[in-house]
Every structure is written in structure tokens, then in C-alpha cells.
Write a protein that binds this ligand. Structure first.
Ligand code: HEM
Length: 354
């Protein structure tokens, strides 16, 4: 009898363990739940990219701004009109120029037609970013999925680093989210694509402090004197390609944002910049790993959060699967169990029972 009870106990433990694992993020999470989900994302990103290559920059920024506020839970996608107090993360200053929402809508509507309420908006951001990076010449990597969408989107919670910070000041934001200096320098390599508005770096043009190449200084001064808030490429060399050119440009004092330029000037980060500037492979590998790690920030998994029907709105009450939970501090930071790019499914994070 006693033996039987012990056996039953072990069987229960194993079953419980399986449930736990099936609720965690893992590579190919949708293989059985929505076959073809990743190819739908890939097709739509490819279609968009062929008409607008700047979508890579848009998605990279959206991914970062989503993951650094309440974790990667698609809280950035909620429209303000769809919240009770008519305000959402989109209203916060740093998010005003975030773009790419229409592509996410397009992907979501195809996924809803194929597998209703199965693929989260948070996973769509992670997958679309991954695909757009590869299309722009960046690394190809496998990204764990199984994230759930959040139930809160509050502009007051948007606390992102500003462009005029020193490396040490910016680093605080990253260490608070479990990232190292190396991770930060690697992730800022995302500025290899995209643009910045003059208003965000005009302070560097009021007088030369020697940190900017004189020709660039003269050119930007002319461009930014024009009416309206003009924008310029963050990478003055290959602004549509995900490559290590950004780091070379920083070493030539051709950084646009103060924080980017400081990476090459401050002692703590200059060595990392120098290494990436001469080692394109090292950058590509590190960038893939850093993006996977970014996508693991404070995840809602298992039965937490919900799978939104419309990425711009929380589900109406009758469709709600779970009540909101308070934001979880990322301490201790979740260990990155990143799979090496293009390798098989190796990634599981234990499910945290609510
Ligand atoms: C200290 C950290 C960071 C600061 C201070 C910062 C700041 C900025 C600023 C001021 C802009 C220009 C926005 C505009 O003019 O509209 C920008 C653009 C951009 N950021 Fe960052 N950023 C940081 C980290 C990151 C990270 C980690 C990523 C992605 C992994 C990222 C991706 C981008 C991209 C791709 C753009 C161009 C967006 C576009 O073309 O629409 N940034 N960033």
C-alpha cells in the first residue's frame, strides 16, 4: 500500500512537471499549437520589408521599448482609447516616435485567421524583429516563444534611458533589468539602423566639444537648422544594414546621439566598441544573443496574462483568462539560457505558478 502511494506521488510530480514545462517559453512553442505561425510572421515581414527597409529599425526599437517597460508583454501596443483612463504607454514621450504598429496588426490578423487566440502579440514582436534583422543582413537566430500579453499599459511606468546620458548613467537602466555593460554596448549596436530627430541631439550642436567629427558637425548643424524636426541616420555609413559599421563610425567620432559616441570615448566601453569594430562575426553573434536575452525580460508565461485577440486592446472581460499581476522586479535576473543561433530547441524556463 505504502509503495503504491509513493508511486502515485511520483507520477503526480512527473505530470505536474510536464505541465510546468509546456507553459514555459521555448523554441518552437507554436509547433503543435499553431503550425506555420512562424512562417506567417516571416512572410508578412518579408512583404513589408520589400517595400520599406526601415521596418527593421522600427521593430528593433519597439522590441526594446516594450521589453524594458513591464517586460516583453506587448504593453506598448495598447491604444490609449482602449484603456479605462484613455492613456497607454504609447502616450509616453520616448514612445511618441515608435513605429511599426501596422505591420504587427497585419501579422496578427493573419494569425487570428489561422489559429484564433493562440499566438501572443508579445511573441509577434519578438519574431518579427528577429526576421527583420535577418533580412537587413543581421544574424539569423531562433527565438523562444510562449510569452503572454500583459494586462496593464500605463504611460507613467515608461522609464527609458535618454540619449544624453553618460555610459554609467545609461548602464543603471540596463543593470536594473539584468543586463551587463557588454550587453548594453551590444544592444546599442541596434543603432546601426534607423534615424534620430534633431531635437534629440541638438544639444551637441550648440558648440563643438571635440567629441564629433568636424565635417559631421558642420553638416548636422546645417540640417538641423532647417524648419521642423528633421531626422538623420544614426549610422552615417550603412543605415539600412545590420552590421558592425556603427562601431567603426563611433571610433571616427561620427556618432549622432551623445550616448552612442560616449561608448567609444569612455574607458569602460571603448574596448568593447573597438573589438566589434574590427570583428564583424563577434558582433553578429553577440547581437543575436543579446536580442534573445532582451526577449526574456520579465516574461508572463503559462497562465499569466492573456493572448490578445487584437494587439491594440485588452480582451473584453468575458474572454479574460487571468487577472493582472503587479510588475515583477527582474531580481535576480533570469539566467539567459539562450540557444546558439540556428540550433535546436534547448530553451525552457520554469513556469511560475501565479
Ligand atoms: C541607452 C539606451 C538607448 C538610448 C538612450 C536610445 C535612444 C534613442 C533615441 C533618442 C533614438 C531616436 C528616436 C527618434 O528620434 O525618434 C533612438 C532610435 C532608435 N533606437 Fe535607441 N536608444 C537606446 C537603446 C536602444 C536599444 C537597446 C535598441 C534595440 C535593441 C534601440 C533601437 C533603436 C532603433 C532601431 C532606433 C531607430 C528607430 C527608427 O528609425 O524609427 N535603441 N534610440
Amino acid at each position: 500500500m505504502e509503495k503504491k502511494i509513493i508511486l502515485l506521488f511520483f507520477i503526480c510530480c512527473i505530470c505536474h512537471g510536464l505541465t510546468i514545462v509546456s507553459g514555459a517559453v521555448q523554441v518552437d512553442f507554436y509547433a503543435t499549437k499553431c503550425r506555420g505561425a512562424e512562417s506567417i510572421v516571416q512572410q508578412e515581414v518579408q512583404r513589408w520589408f520589400s517595400g520599406d527597409r526601415s521596418i527593421t529599425a522600427a521593430l528593433l526599437r519597439m522590441y526594446f521599448h516594450d521589453c524594458f517597460v513591464r517586460g516583453c508583454d506587448a504593453s506598448i501596443l495598447i491604444d490609449s482609447r482602449n484603456t479605462r483612463n484613455k492613456q497607454s504607454e504609447k502616450d509616453a514621450g520616448p514612445n511618441q516616435s515608435v513605429r511599426g504598429y501596422e505591420l504587427i496588426d497585419r501579422i496578427k490578423s493573419r494569425l487570428e485567421a489561422a489559429c484564433p487566440m493562440t499566438v501572443s502579440c508579445a511573441d509577434i514582436i519578438a519574431l518579427a524583429t528577429r526576421d527583420s534583422v535577418a533580412l537587413a543582413g543581421g544574424p539569423s537566430y531562433r527565438v523562444p516563444t510562449g510569452r503572454r500579453d500583459g494586462l496593464v499599459s500605463n504611460p507613467a511606468e515608461v522609464n527609458l534611458p535618454g540619449p544624453s546620458l553618460t555610459v554609467q548613467e545609461a548602464l543603471k537602466f540596463f543593470t536594473n533589468n539584468g543586463f551587463s555593460l557588454n550587453d548594453m554596448v551590444t544592444l546599442l549596436g541596434a543603432h546601426t539602423v534607423g534615424i534620430a530627430h534633431c531635437s534629440l541631439f541638438k544639444d551637441r550642436l550648440s558648440r563643438s566639444d571635440g567629441s564629433m567629427d568636424p565635417n559631421l558637425f558642420a553638416r548636422l548643424s546645417r540640417t538641423c537648422a532647417a524648419r521642423g524636426d528633421t531626422s538623420v541616420s544614426l549610422d552615417q555609413s550603412t543605415s539600412l544594414i545590420v552590421d558592425n559599421e556603427f562601431y567603426k563610425q563611433m571610433r571616427l567620432k561620427k556618432g549622432i546621439l551623445k550616448i552612442d559616441q560616449q561608448l567609444a570615448l569612455e574607458r569602460s566601453s571603448a574596448g568593447i566598441v573597438a573589438n566589434f569594430s574590427v570583428n564583424p562575426k563577434a558582433f553578429q553573434q553577440a547581437f543575436a544573443n543579446a536580442l534573445i536575452k532582451l526577449g526574456n525580460t520579465q516574461l508572463l508565461e503559462g497562465r499569466l496574462g492573456e493572448i490578445r485577440k487584437n494587439c491594440r486592446a485588452f480582451n473584453p472581460p468575458q474572454q479574460k483568462q487571468r487577472q493582472p499581476i503587479p510588475p515583477r522586479k527582474n531580481f535576480p535576473p533570469r539566467k539567459p539560457k539562450n540557444p546558439p543561433p540556428r540550433k535546436g530547441p534547448t530553451f525552457t524556463i520554469p513556469f511560475l505558478a501565479p
